[in-house]
Design a protein around this ligand. Structure first.
Ligand code: PLP
Length: 395
């Protein structure tokens, strides 16, 4: 039977690669999963007060549909969080979603027409291009310098009359780069000059190591900024699926979206109510787990970066999130980054993600490692990787 062309092209390298892992596992061998950025799968657990809030809500029978735009109390708590970061936002401009993923889907659905172009940093988190393509648009990657700053000339050269939106992901996945205030300002200025929406993903806003995090709100003024954020990473609620869209209330240009995004929220009824009740506690309750998590991650990051550089895999020190994106010396050993990742899996059981899955223009020739696991597991993985690379390059 015919299936839609639209869905046929959907890709998500981070999970698509697990098909290879399943085959490997079927042979009875152990896999070290360094492919999915889920802290809760490792030694980072949902804080007790957030779990209790969820269980209590379910026990109190708060198990019905809630408002499509989200639970009012949660929308208010989100306004408080994002206002503190600098965004001008009122409750009316917040929509609670089933994860940032659904927020991104609704945003792309509302702004992308067939043949419109969506600018995104290369490399980027894969759903940005998948959703843009799904709605008939074309993802266009702009270049980042080695130090993570956007190459503004490259960006300008890629803007056309079909450009609709500029995406910012800071900290970025897969590079862990964080845009500083100056870069954010320059990107917003370019978007304003060309009448582009700014879609900004700040899901890793609390997971930043060496530099100060600056929210897009600080430089947004009245630009049409659509901020995406959620509870998966900082509040360790990955499996619960809770996120939100927060639109810049100072922007008149968002009038159309203010009407249309709620329509999409209504047609899918509502986000999960007990989870939203727990999310209120996540924002309003103790935050002590966050600095602890960041410190643990900092030492894991430092360990992995040191090992990679020592084995000759050029790797920058990421400033946020929990990924490294080293370069592969492909030489005569591997045809491309995907071949490398599959060969690494088949020889060692270490599962990573090929860089081209994050955009072929700038991701190719790299691979992404998640450094969430405890040190012993990372050490085992790095030892295996080192032996693998040395043996291949010696042959
Ligand atoms: N945005 C970025 C940049 C991510 O890295 C991820 C997950 O890895 C998501 C969004 C997905 O977020 P959620 O779990 O809220 O759907």
């Amino acid at each position: 039977m015919k299936v839609s062309d639209r869905t046929h092209g959907v890709e998500y390298a981070i999970r698509d690669i697990t098909a290879y892992a399943r085959k490997y596992k079927a042979s009875g061998k152990e896999i070290i999963y360094l492919n999915i950025g889920d802290p809760v799968k490792f030694d980072f657990k949902t804080p007790e007060h957030i779990k209790k809030a969820l269980v209590d809500a379910v026990t109190r029978d708060e198990n019905y549909y809630t408002d499509s735009e989200g639970l009012p109390e949660l929308r208010q708590a989100i306004v408080e969080k994002e206002s503190e970061k600098g965004l001008d936002v009122t409750e009316d401009d917040v929509i609670v979603t089933n994860g940032v993923s659904e927020g991104l889907d609704m945003t792309m659905a509302s702004i992308v027409d067939p043949n419109s172009e969506v600018l995104m940093p290369g490399p980027y988190y894969p759903p940005y291009s998948s959703y843009a393509k799904f709605y008939g648009g074309k993802p266009v990657e702009f270049k980042l310098y080695e130090d993570g700053r956007p190459d503004l000339e490259d960006l300008r050269s890629k803007i056309t009359p079909r450009s609709r939106a500029l995406c910012i992901i800071s900290p970025n996945n897969p590079t862990g780069e964080v845009f500083d205030r100056k870069s954010l300002q320059q990107l917003v200025d370019i978007a304003t000059e060309h009448d582009l929406y700014v879609i900004c993903d700040e899901i890793y806003d609390k997971i930043v190591f060496d530099s100060q995090f600056t929210g897009i709100g600080k430089v947004a003024k009245d630009a049409p900024v659509i901020l995406l954020n959620g509870f998966s990473k900082a509040y360790l609620m990955t499996g619960w699926r809770c996120g939100y869209i927060a639109m810049n209330s100072s922007s008149k240009k968002l009038a159309g979206l203010r009407e249309d995004i709620p329509k999409l929220a209504r047609v899918r009824i509502a986000a999960n109510l007990p989870v939203q009740i727990a999310a209120v506690q996540a924002l309003r309750g103790p935050q002590a787990h966050i600095p602890k998590m960041v410190e643990k991650l900092r030492s894991r990051r430092d360990y992995v970066v040191k090992r990679l550089n020592a084995m000759g895999m050029q790797c920058r020190v990421p400033r946020g999130a929990f990924y490294v994106f080293p370069k592969i010396n492909l030489g005569h050993c591997w045809k491309d980054d995907q071949h490398f990742v599959i060969d690494l899996l088949n020889n060692t059981g270490v599962l990573t993600v090929h860089g081209s899955g994050f955009g072929s223009a700038y991701g190719a020739g790299h691979f992404r490692i998640v450094y969430l696991p405890p040190e012993e597991m990372l050490e085992k993985a790095m030892d295996k990787l080192e032996r693998f690379v040395n043996s291949k390059q010696a042959s």
